[in-house]
Design a protein around this ligand. Structure first.
Ligand SMILES: Cc1cc2nc3c(=O)[nH]c(=O)nc-3n(C[C@H](O)[C@H](O)[C@H](O)COP(=O)(O)OP(=O)(O)OC[C@H]3O[C@@H](n4cnc5c(N)ncnc54)[C@H](O)[C@@H]3O)c2cc1C
Ligand code: SF4
Length: 332
């Protein structure tokens, strides 16, 4: 591993200043992804700016019913928090569907969103990879790509984004809060991650040096029915082949609100806006759900090894919606 400097920041300002004053710096959360990539030679920061001690480790309720989750809240604490479990169960379920108990004890909310793809060619420095080394090519295109994207991919990169939490945050209309030396801003979680286009080295819209300070769960999805369903090769400790985060509000047999985001299918959580538009205001019968999902997944462009993902995603989303719409009706 390449030698590197280490700075432990006590405040957000100290962290962003340290990043600005140390060329080649990278933030360190729980280190469960970044340190692995450093050992593999995929990441080689000159300085690690450790943010684990920042005062961003709380979950706080806001007066309007929103809930703020600090960027250094650990996965285990996020999943177990009563406000999150009670009002946005999909978020808690998504965190618990990922990694292992030990990893969730160490991994942070911010680090989870910024984790890199699990494409095996990205992690293998002997293989060309446009995400790791822009312009070098994409080894996955000509090799096995069973786990890769079916939606939104490009000829430059066919990787998927691995975070389960990001999928749930996209479905509940969360926002990601960022702070850099130029100021602070908020980005909708559904727009935080990018499609690869011709710049696959950029996973997100974050600018160099910007720090994720927290995530805001909005009041309008609090208390709605929600569920996270994930299909993977093993029952635990495995990334999604296809997953879905579903949020619904069914009253008098009609879907007043529905939001769906897929994981495991694209370079970012895939918010299924076509399916949502088709279903909103309708009775969620099995045939209406099938038609809406068909309309969404008609956009898929499966590759040689991964056509199975399209019917799998359809099935997992239909199952999630069936579970929600079979739940006891909500009173007005
Ligand atoms: C065996 C294994 C199985 C796993 N399975 C799953 C799974 O099924 N589902 C899933 O979702 N995840 C899974 N994970 C990934 C795990 O969730 C991530 O490793 C973890 O969430 C990363 O968080 P961290 O705090 O350790 O990030 P770090 O490793 O510290 O950082 C990751 C990246 O984020 C950047 N970063 C960290 N915090 C911030 C911040 N606040 N602002 C800006 N940049 C920041 C770092 O610079 C780095 O680039 C698995 C990991 C392992 C090792
Ligand atoms: S799919 Fe993306 S991450 Fe994987 S080898 Fe190709 S460019 Fe790299």
């Amino acid at each position: 591993m390449k030698p590197f400097g280490y700075v432990r920041a006590a405040t957000v300002e100290e962290a962003t200043d340290a990043y600005a004053h140390h060329p080649g710096a990278q933030y360190l959360g729980g280190g469960t992804n970044l340190v692995d990539l450093m050992k593999l030679g995929v990441a080689a920061p000159d300085t690690l700016v450790d943010i684990a001690a920042l005062p961003l480790d709380t979950v706080e309720e806001r007066p309007d019913g929103a809930v703020w989750i600090g960027a250094t809240v650990r996965g285990s604490d996020l999943a177990a928090h009563p406000l999150v479990r009670g009002r946005w169960p999909v978020v808690s379920q998504a965190v618990l569907a990922g990694a292992s108990g030990q990893l969730r004890n160490a991994a942070t909310t911010g680090g989870n969103l910024l984790q890199r793809t699990r494409c095996p060619y990205f992690q293998d420095t002997s293989k060309p990879c446009n995400k790791r080394t822009p312009g070098s090519g994409c080894a996955a295109l000509a090799a096995s790509h069973r786990d890769h994207a079916v939606l939104g991919h490009s000829s430059h990169c066919i990787a998927t984004h691995p975070s389960d939490l990001a999928v749930a945050l996209a479905a509940v209309d969360a926002t990601v809060e960022l702070t850099g030396t130029a100021g602070s801003r908020s980005v909708p979680a559904a727009e935080f991650h990018r499609l690869p286009g011709d710049r696959p080295e950029r996973d997100t819209v974050i600018e160099p040096g910007e720090l994720v300070t927290g995530v805001l769960l909005p009041p309008h999805t609090a208390g709605l029915l929600s569920v996270y369903r994930k299909v993977r090769d093993r029952a635990s400790y495995a990334f999604a082949l296809a997953s879905v985060a579903a949020v619904a509000d069914v009253r008098d047999g009609t879907l007043r609100h529905v939001s769906l985001a897929f994981g495991g299918l694209a370079h970012r959580p895939w918010r299924a806006r076509r399916a949502e538009a088709a279903l909103r205001g309708t009775a969620p019968t099995a045939s209406a759900v099938d038609q809406a999902l068909d309309a969404e997944l008609a956009r898929a462009r499966p590759l040689g090894d991964n056509a199975y993902k399209v019917p799998l995603a359809h099935a997992v989303a239909a199952d999630a919606l069936a579970r929600l719409t079979a739940a006891p009706a909500r009173e007005d």
